[in-house]
Design a protein around this ligand. Sequence first.
Ligand code: PLP
Ligand SMILES: N[C@@H](CCOP(=O)(O)O)C(=O)O
Length: 433
Amino acid sequence: MNYYSLNKKAPNTSFKEAVIKGIAPDKGLYFPETITPLPASFFENIDNLSYEAIAFEAIKQFVSPDIPEDVLKTIIAETLSFDFPVVKINDQVSTLELFHGPTMAFKDVGARFMARCLGYFNQNNTEEVTVLVATSGDTGGAVANGFLGVKGVKVVILYPSGKVSDIQEKQLTTLKQNITALEVDGVFDDCQDMVKRAFLDDELTSKMQLTSANSINVARWLPQMFYFFFAYKQLHKTHKKIVFSVPSGNFGNICAGMMAQQLGLPIHHFVAANNENNVVTEYLTTRLYQPKPSVQTISNAMDVGNPSNFIRIQEIYKHNFEALKSNLSSFSFSDDQTREALKELYTDFKYIADPHGAVGYLGCKSYLKDNEDAHCVFLETAHPTKFLNVVEDIIPEKIELPSQIKAVMDEEKASIPIAHYDELKAVLFNTLS
Ligand SMILES: Cc1ncc(COP(=O)(O)O)c(C=O)c1O
Ligand SMILES: N[C@@H](CCOP(=O)(O)O)C(=O)O
């Protein structure tokens, strides 16, 4: 598969080059040249397919021929070594739990998949690759974990100081080895802007091979399609109109769901569930797309004021507002509403959600008001213990710490404070061996 830049001013490139570059030379995000729907027989037979087989069929066309089929099967098997259960909340609502991986957030799948692709591409390469990542909380931990010890790869993570949870911070600052964490005096968008600026800095890129492990990288983004297939497999016999409510920040996850739909997965509708960072909710109401500085909320990983992937969503719908609006609804919720939702899920359904999942649940409720015949699945994108200070204030129950979290709790944080782009540049030059 070849990829083109959404800025349309750079040459098309292979999957391998798109992964190694992360972003096109004209600063555009890469997008696949073609999307070929899967045959009807695939969906008819889905009950007989394992998750690995489903994932293989879903992603094969996007990585071929750069990743041979036998290598792809191994990468998928190693990536998907945990479960993706759908849990019933009530007759109209379920949740798809995406937090059973090593860092307990949905980013684990994309990070592990990309790390293995890069490892494969790098096996005979003497040039080191530096992976730059901006995180509002979960990507950093998942990438640190997924890339730890990968030969020929150094990882530099930028996170907004004081704006990630304690556990998220531990996950991205304690692993050390080939992982460096930079604590930025700013918000997530500042981190993301610095990363994008680094890719365009000739002084840097002439001396080092830089790539991204944010969802702008196709190898991090596309595996997120798998979740929607896994939920469909679990629900399609009992529910016909399946709607996904996706707690959204950078909009990579929901956009991956839309790619799954393009492959033919029968998804009835999408709901982008936002916290008060509501650029897309506003756009669907006003037709005006106006990125703005992010505001801090209790669902911090979604505190994004300028979502990277919205441009990919526009591309899927060929920039047709009405076409997009007929397939996507969006709602925005305050922290107070999120707290109420956490309480309601616990009191009425004995389900302990995290604040991001709670926003997704609210998205389901809003959508179902006018669409009672649908079944809405909200994505539970992180484990509640990652946000203990928020959740334990609301739930009258002590939450048992999972082993993945215990493993990092007592480790020592190592981070470098920075405030400006020049400091990032200095750190990157220092990583050159
Ligand atoms: C727990 C959690 N929920 C939701 C999101 C938002 O996902 P996306 O950025 O793909 O929209 C993130 C961050 O990406 C996250 O970490
Ligand atoms: N919410 C994310 C922000 C970055 O999103 P990404 O999917 O583009 O990596 C985070 O948790 O860091």
